[in-house]
Design a protein around this ligand. Structure first.
Ligand code: FPP
Length: 245
């Protein structure tokens, strides 16, 4: 009965969305709450990250199936290195799992193109190599573009951009558009909709420059519980706000 009700709500929401136009082209997500999700269940934090990884895969599929062009996922921030070493190692092991050949075949089957933004040089060498390999192996795909923000911080993004500008354009005037050419997000700068789970309502150093005009959407659900219903709700709210604007 509960399942039937949920499906009906999902179908109702889906019907209200304008799928032909006004879809957010680029969605960015702060996947927050893995640790709290696990704690509430008496599990170790790693179980929350494992569940979060499954939700991440489902969300990629949902965005691909629903015609979203780009998805940026805050997977590892510059601040996350301060976490206990075993937790950092576990998250890196999940990244290694994601870039395995079997998963890359799945990405190719679904025509998904992968990118990484951030300073990935801090990750173990084999992880960096696997990251570069998955970017190469999915390069020809024309469907959803997924940008994983790894060792990413909005402030360090702006600083690395300024450093590059000083090297190449010292003393020259620079426009906002030119500045964006030096950011990690150069290929796909500005999200239309930014979603954060877990009830926190902060940007936490994510896409600081890029989210200047982005619609922000928050849910109290922890990341492992994010689902299609919430994705539809965020898209519908985005369209309602855009209509008013
Ligand atoms: C936030 O929850 C989540 C993270 C810091 C890690 C998310 C990473 C993954 C799901 C794997 C990434 C995989 C790839 C392929 C890029 P939290 O630990 O901050 O939760 P809390 O706020 O409840 O403690």
């Amino acid at each position: 009965m509960e399942w039937f009700g949920l499906n009906r709500t999902k179908a109702n929401l889906k019907r209200k969305i304008d799928w032909s136009s006004r879809l957010p082209k680029h969605i960015a997500i702060m996947m927050d709450g893995n640790g709290r999700w696990a704690k509430r269940r008496g599990f170790p934090r790693s179980a929350g990250h494992y569940a979060g990884m499954q939700t991440m895969r489902q969300t990629i599929s949902m965005c691909n199936d629903n015609g979203i062009e780009s998805l940026t996922l805050y997977a590892f921030s510059t601040e996350n290195w301060k976490r206990p070493k075993d937790e950092v190692d576990y998250i890196i092991s999940l990244v290694n799992e994601f870039v395995q050949d079997t998963n890359v075949r799945e990405l190719n089957k679904n025509n998904i193109k992968v990118f990484f933004i951030g300073d990935i040089s801090k990750f173990p060498e084999e992880t960096q190599e696997a990251m570069c390999k998955v970017v190469d192996q999915t390069e020809e795909n024309t469907g959803l573009k997924v940008y994983f923000a790894m060792n990413y911080g909005g402030k360090s993004d702006i600083i690395q951009s300024v450093i590059s500008i000083l090297k190449t354009k010292k003393g020259e005037e620079i426009t906002e558009e030119e500045f964006e050419q030096f950011l990690y997000t150069v290929q796909n700068p500005n999200p239309d909709l930014l979603i954060r789970t877990s009830g926190e309502k902060r940007l936490s150093n994510f896409l600081l420059w890029q989210s200047a005009h982005t619609e922000l959407w928050f849910t109290d659900e922890m990341w492992p519980d994010f689902n299609e219903l919430l994705l539809y709700q965020s898209i519908l709210d985005f369209q309602i706000r855009k209509k008013r604007a």
